[in-house]
Design a protein around this ligand. Sequence first.
Ligand SMILES: NC(=O)c1ccc[n+]([C@@H]2O[C@H](COP(=O)([O-])OP(=O)(O)OC[C@H]3O[C@@H](n4cnc5c(N)ncnc54)[C@H](OP(=O)(O)O)[C@@H]3O)[C@@H](O)[C@H]2O)c1
Length: 245
Amino acid sequence: MRKTVLILGATSAIARATAAAFAAQGFDLYLAGRDADELSRIAADLAIRYRITANSGLFAAEALDSHGRFFTQAIAEMGEMHGVVLALGYLGDQQAARDFSAGAEVILINFTAAASILSHCASYLEARKQGFIIGISSVAGDRGRQSNYTYGAAKGALSLYLQGLRNRLFASGVRVITVKPGFVDTAMTYGMPGLFLVASPQYIGERIVQALGKSADVIYLPWFWRYIMLIIKSIPETLFKRLKL
Ligand SMILES: NC(=O)c1ccc[n+]([C@@H]2O[C@H](COP(=O)([O-])OP(=O)(O)OC[C@H]3O[C@@H](n4cnc5c(N)ncnc54)[C@H](OP(=O)(O)O)[C@@H]3O)[C@@H](O)[C@H]2O)c1
């Protein structure tokens, strides 16, 4: 039987690459986001190139009350849902986030909306006793820095939420994988100063799909970010608070 993967935030560069990597493995796709025209273009392209079924639908991240209906509709269209990739994300502007109304949107998109839609996905997959959830978090969630602590706090909360889901869903045989990319060459980081060791979205997308065939629960992409973050996390707070990061 064919298996469908729901991709949330499917217009993102990382999501497009991940969708193509899933399509290359023969998975059907349901691409969700807020730009209907772009989503149907991506779906049509993948359907032709990989001979899969690819549908798309509008997902209003901010409208938390609509998430249950959205997910039910996606399942109705595809017949089933085997896996979910959460690629939704919003970096925002940390300077602007000093005014909390700007920071609130960063928290809403990266954490609250993510937790809301994943709660529906988790209950469905738990009842089916199979499938997977892949959540794209970030190395930014591993330690708070003055340059992006609102985004980092939301991603850190997402990582903890995914960890809890993994613990809950283990008994039902549902995999939960947390992905923590470093810098990736996408619209989110375009023009940002001081980037280093920047990975391509294609590299990230392929590794995300490969992770399903391996046993790791938390993956850093590229792999060396695990060690970079180990060093960053080991710096004593008394020293860390003095650094310009
Ligand atoms: N790029 C990096 O260096 C990096 C590093 C670590 C983690 N990540 C994470 O990787 C994931 C993919 O990001 P990306 O780099 O591929 O960035 P991207 O191209 O900017 O994609 C962000 C996605 O989130 C959607 N989105 C943003 N704000 C939204 C809102 N208010 N309502 C609904 N959808 C919204 C975007 O939709 P639209 O296309 O409609 O705007 C897009 O699909 C994100 O979770 C990001 O946090 C990225």
